[in-house]
Each structure stands twice: as structure tokens, then as C-alpha cells.
Ligand binder design. Structure first.
Ligand code: M6R
Length: 606
């Protein structure tokens, strides 16, 4: 949701900003703009729609200058128009601002700006003028003074023509990271647009302001007290954030899974002790034994991964576990005590709903830990401890490889807790050995890509789907169904197989497609019966079944086979064909696969 990239250094800013905006496209946006400073003048270009529209407006040698700010906008206040796109100007074009977040008291601030002519409907333009109203020759002082009266959230960059050697950044609630080069700095919403230039970054925290020069940066708070920040090395590289010959990021990220799964479990297995070693938990064995309840808070795909965690924690460790949609958790008076362990799961680490939930859990005294992909993200930093899932940059809006790696980490945690409770050494070791076989088994599923594609093309004509699964495959059904919805826009719902006869079954007719997960586990016979009911009512049925299972394949119209693994690990394999199925259905229907309509990758508002 909205993206910012700014540059100050000795290179031409425009190409860096334009490429940076392309790198930020994955966050979701509807318009974009750039402002570059040269010879005491700010030049601006903005366009509605894709970055290509913006690029078309720029001719060779246009917009010279080595200081610039730019923005991709996801409309909140005001429609999708060029006037509403950032950067916004104030002080007759001397001050430019890009802003992510929402200025809640912008009407009140606007009232104070008597006589100012506004050119847009945005809260951000009000903020630009409000900063301008405090300007008396010191840009950072003006930003500080204005922000101390602002209610809301912001990640912002401001520049002023009186200060050709300065860019000001500030953050409250919307992420901002500084990239450090040789006599140059980058400032962006996340690390993606700076991966090609530097790995050295500093994450701004809430309430911090950075005064960035070409060769130095001073970070302070709203009271102008200097803050010493650490510099971190990012392990992600530019290549990981490229399509690498795949048609879409979605497909590339599905195919990343065997490799990034290994990254997730590497160094985290203690085979002789039949357990996992996840130092990020930061609890002694005694403290772990004191945990009497686990609560998982997450949204979307991360929630579905959390559901797999519930089955694993309860089965292996006997610890009651509940999974809550983050936005519900924060507002339902959850019962929490200091024996409750709360896991906040998030790919982006910036999801506002999950951030609110973890803050609520902390306030109530829970032990809170993160399971996060984006290194240095807000959730990762706020929880203070936790585990990175090491999925690498995930740029397609629909989450794929993050799901698999979230499940991997949850399983490792469940084994670790399990070994302190009910799980025997032998079971621990069997689970770990089975985990080590997963990458090769994912590869076996990926090899069937052509067959899955043909099936997806065939089924893409259906307007309605039920995804059915039981036990640990119920979350797989939820995740498969979510993928189909967001990628292809086909209506789809997921249910536990046993629920059909309690209502939803009324919908089934010959116009319905049912996708069932019928792998060989303790609920296999029950799941077969649920599928048989759908067949009897005329639905077109496709199932995911265990390799070599002739019986299951006879009850369905179509089958996708997956290799056998231990039941708790099945989601790691069974989800893969569903990702491919949704992807190829979407390609067949011609949707914008990597950037589905109405969705953003990083949902930074509640
Ligand atoms: O970054 P997060 O994991 O916190 O994001 C949570 C959801 O917004 C995300 O999983 C969303 O549901 C994806 N579009 C699913 O593919």
C-alpha cells in the first residue's frame, strides 16, 4: 500500500527513482509521481495508472538532478487523479512531500491554513502546506514542528529548494528504511528498491526524523534529541527480487519453494535430540514448560498457516492453541495471561491489524513472538524476539512461498514444545527426517506443472468452487480457496469436509466444482465419503490424492497426485498443486496475476 523511494547522492536521481517505483509496484498502487531538484528548482511529473504511464511522460535528459523523491499512491483521501498523486508541492513549488499513511486531523490542520490554495483532495497535500507554514529557513525544524501537531500515521520524505543538500524523512506508523551507500542515501518504504545499490540499512522507528545529507545522516526524535541507530546488513539480493525468466512473480515464487524451504529449516534441527532449535524463542526450557496456552494472530495466508500450527501444537505438545484473525483479536477482549504465548505471523511484518493484535497481547502480559519474513520490519522489531522464515523477497501480492515457510517454522516450534511434553524422541526424529525430505517432494509436485495447468484451464470455466479438507488439510483448503479467489476472481469457499451436510451442500449442483484434499491419513475414509456426497449431487470433482491411491482416484473426475509424507507435514505438499491450479486458472482467465485488483501486498492500514 503506497510506496516511497527517495535518493540523495552524486548519481542522477531520476533513473534510480523510476526503477525504485517499479520495484515497489508489488505493494499495490493506482498512480505515481517523482520530483527531482536541480539548480534550485523542483521539477515534478505524475501520472495515473501504471509506472509505464509515468515513464512515457519523461523524455531523455528530462528531470536532471541528484536529489529526488517519488511515490506510488494507493488512494485513500480523494480519487485516483493526477492532482491527488504525490509528490505534493507547497510554498509555490519550493517544498515537495511524499507521504504514506493517513493524517487523521487534516481537516483541523486545513482550517489553520487560511488563504492557502489546495490543488488536490488529499490529506497529504494539507501536510505539505502545514510543514510549509512552519518553515523559517530550517526544513527539519519545520517538519518537526508540524509533526508534533499531527494525529495519524506517516512515513514521509520532504525536500526544499533552499536545501539542495538535504532530504528529510520521518516515520510514525508507516515503514521507512534508509539505505546507506558511498556518499549517497536512499530512503524507501522497504528494502526492495535499494537492493541493487546497497545492503547496509537503518530502519527508522516511530517518532524518528532523519536529516539526510549526501555524506551523513542525523536521526532525532520529535524533541530534537539525537538517536544513535544501528546499521544492519540485509541478506536478500537483487536477483531474488527478479522474475528470473518466469512469466510472473507468482509462478517464480511457487517454484522458489524447494530452495527457500531449505533456508527455513537449515541449522534449526537437532536430530540426535529429536527436536528443533529455534533460538528466536528466547525462553528457557523451564519457561517453555510454563506456557499453558498458545494464541496465533495473523491475517489471510498467514492465518491459514497458523491453523496448521494449531493442529501441530495440540497434537505434539498438548498445548491448547487458538488462531485468531488479527483484526478480531484486538477488539474482542481476548483472555490472555503471562502463561500465554502469542505468535504474530506476517510475511511483510507491516500488517497493521497484526501489529495492533500483538500490541494488545503485550499490553495484557502475554509472551509475544514473531514469525516474520521481512527482516527489520515493524512486527519483527516490536516483538523483540522470534523467528525469520527466510522465504526471501515475496513480491507477488498472493502469498505462496511464505505460507510454506511459515508452516515449516510452526512445525519446528511444535516439535520443540512437543519434545518438552508428549512427543517421544522417535517421533521427533521421524518428523525431522520427514521435514528434510520435503524439498525433494515439493520438486516432485512441481514437475507435474503441465498436467496441473491443463486441469486448471479445464476447471477455470466454473464460476463457483468449494474447497474441502479435514484435519490438517482444512487449512490447506482455506489456503487453496484464498489463492483461487485472489488470483482468478472465481468465487470459492472452503469448508471442513464434514460441514457440507450442515448447510453449504445445498449449493452443490452440476454447475459447481469441488476440489477435495483426500490424502491418505486418519481422516481419509471420512473425506472420501464427503467427496462421494458431492459427486452424488452432480458436482464436478477434482481431488489431491496420495501417489498410487487408485481407490481415491476412482471417485473423482480428476486427480492430482502428491507424494506421501507424515500427516502433520501434508500441508507442505498439498498446498503446492493448489497454488499452481489457482495460478493457471488466473492466467487462463487473463487476470492481473501478480497484482490482483483491490489488493495490496503490504496492508499498513487497519
Ligand atoms: O504480510 P502479511 O503476511 O501479514 O499479510 C497478511 C495478508 O494480508 C496476506 O496473507 C494476504 O492474505 C495475501 N494476499 C494472501 O495471498
Amino acid at each position: 500500500m503506497c510506496g516511497i523511494i527517495g535518493y540523495i547522492g552524486n548519481q542522477q536521481a531520476l533513473p534510480i527513482l523510476l526503477q525504485g517505483l517499479r520495484d515497489l509496484e508489488y505493494r499495490g498502487y493506482d498512480s505515481a509521481g517523482i520530483a527531482v531538484m536541480d539548480n534550485g528548482k523542483l521539477q515534478r511529473v505524475r501520472a495515473v495508472g501504471k509506472i509505464d504511464n509515468l515513464a512515457r511522460k519523461i523524455k531523455n535528459d528530462d528531470y536532471p538532478g541528484t536529489l529526488g523523491i517519488s511515490h506510488t499512491r494507493w488512494a485513500t483521501h480523494g480519487g485516483v487523479t493526477e492532482e491527488n498523486a504525490h509528490p505534493h508541492f507547497a510554498m509555490n513549488g519550493k517544498l515537495a512531500l511524499v507521504h504514506n499513511g493517513i493524517i487523521e486531523n487534516y481537516r483541523e490542520l486545513k482550517e489553520k491554513l487560511k488563504g492557502v490554495k489546495f490543488n488536490s483532495e488529499t490529506d497529504s497535500e494539507v501536510l505539505a502546506h502545514f510543514i510549509g507554514s512552519y518553515y523559517t529557513g530550517d526544513l527539519v525544524a519545520a517538519v518537526r514542528a508540524a509533526l508534533s501537531l499531527v494525529c495519524g500515521t506517516y512515513g514521509l520524505l520532504a525536500v526544499h529548494t533552499d536545501h539542495p543538500d538535504e532530504m528529510v524523512a520521518a516515520r510514525l506508523g508507516s515503514p521507512l528504511v534508509l539505505g546507506i551507500g558511498e556518499n549517497e542515501y536512499y530512503a524507501a518504504s522497504d528494502v526492495t528498491p535499494m537492493l541493487a545499490y546497497t545492503k547496509r540499512v537503518t530502519f527508522l522507528d516511530d517518532g524518528e526524523i532523519a536529516e539526510i545529507k549526501r555524506d551523513s545522516v542525523r536521526i532525532s526524535n520529535l524533541h530534537d534529541q539525537a538517536i544513535k541507530k544501528s546499521v544492519q546488513e540485509i541478506s536478500w539480493n537483487k536477483q531474488q527480487a527478479e522474475k528470473q525468466g518466469f512469466e510472473h512473480f507468482t509462478l517464480k515464487e511457487i517454484f522458489d519453494q524447494p530452495v527457500v524451504f531449505e533456508d527455513a529449516i537449515r541449522g534449526r534441527i537437532d536430530m540426535p535430540a529429536g527436536t528443533a532449535k529455534l533460538g528466536g524463542l528466547d525462553l528457557s526450557e523451564d519457561q517453555m514448560r510454563q506456557i499453558s496456552r498458545i494464541v496465533i494472530v495473523a491475517c489471510g495466508t498467514a492465518f491459514n498457516a497458523g491453523m496448521v500450527g494449531k493442529y501441530a501444537f495440540e497434537r505434539l505438545a498438548g498445548i491448547p492453541t487458538e488462531v485468531d484473525v488479527s483484526s478480531e483479536f484486538s477488539y474482542r477482549d481476548p483472555i490472555i495471561d503471562d502463561h500465554t504465548l502469542v505468535f504474530a505471523i506476517s510475511q511483510s511484518g507491516e500488517t497493521a491489524d497484526t501489529l495492533m493484535a500483538l500490541r494488545e497481547a503485550k499490553r495484557k502480559g502475554a509472551v509475544v513472538r514473531g514469525i516474520v519474513n521481512s527482516v527489520g520490519s515493524t512486527i519483527a522489531r516490536e516483538v523483540g524476539a522470534g523467528t525469520y522464515i527466510h522465504a526471501g523477497p515475496e513480491l507477488a501480492v498472493a502469498s505462496t512461498k511464505a505460507f510454506t515457510n511459515m508452516v515449516a517454522i510452526l512445525l519446528l516450534y511444535a516439535i520443540q514444545f512437543g519434545r518438552l511434553h508428549n512427543t517421544s524422541l522417535a517421533t521427533g526424529q521421524r518428523l525431522l527426517k520427514a521435514l528434510l525430505e520435503i524439498p525433494q517432494k515439493i520438486n516432485q509436485v512441481l514437475k507435474q506443472v503441465e498436467q496441473i495447468k491443463i486441469k486448471a484451464q479445464k476447471y477455470s470455466k466454473y464460476k463457483n468452487f468449494f474447497y474441502l479438507g479435514r484435519g490438517v488439510n482444512y487449512p490447506v483448503a482455506l489456503e487453496g480457496s484464498l489463492k483461487l479467489k485472489e488470483l482468478s476472481y472465481i468465487h470459492s469457499e472452503a469448508y471442513p469436509g464434514g460441514e457440507m451436510k450442515h448447510g453449504p451442500g445445498a449449493l452443490i449442483s452440476k454447475d459447481f466444482a469441488v476440489l477435495g484434499i483426500v490424502t491418505k491419513n486418519q481422516l481419509y475414509d471420512k473425506m472420501k465419503s464427503n467427496i462421494a456426497e458431492a459427486v452424488t449431487r452432480g458436482a464436478r470433482v477434482i481431488i489431491v490424492a496420495t501417489e498410487g491411491d487408485k481407490v481415491a482416484s476412482e471417485i473423482a473426475d480428476d486427480v492430482i497426485f502428491v507424494p506421501k509424507t507424515m500427516e502433520l507435514l501434508e500441508p507442505l505438499l498439498n498446498t503446492i498443486p493448489l497454488q499452481l491450479f489457482a495460478y493457471y486458472a488466473a492466467v487462463e482467465l487473463g487476470t492481473d496475476v501478480d497484482r490482483p485488483r483491490n489488493l495490496a501486498k503490504s496492508v499498513t492500514v487497519e
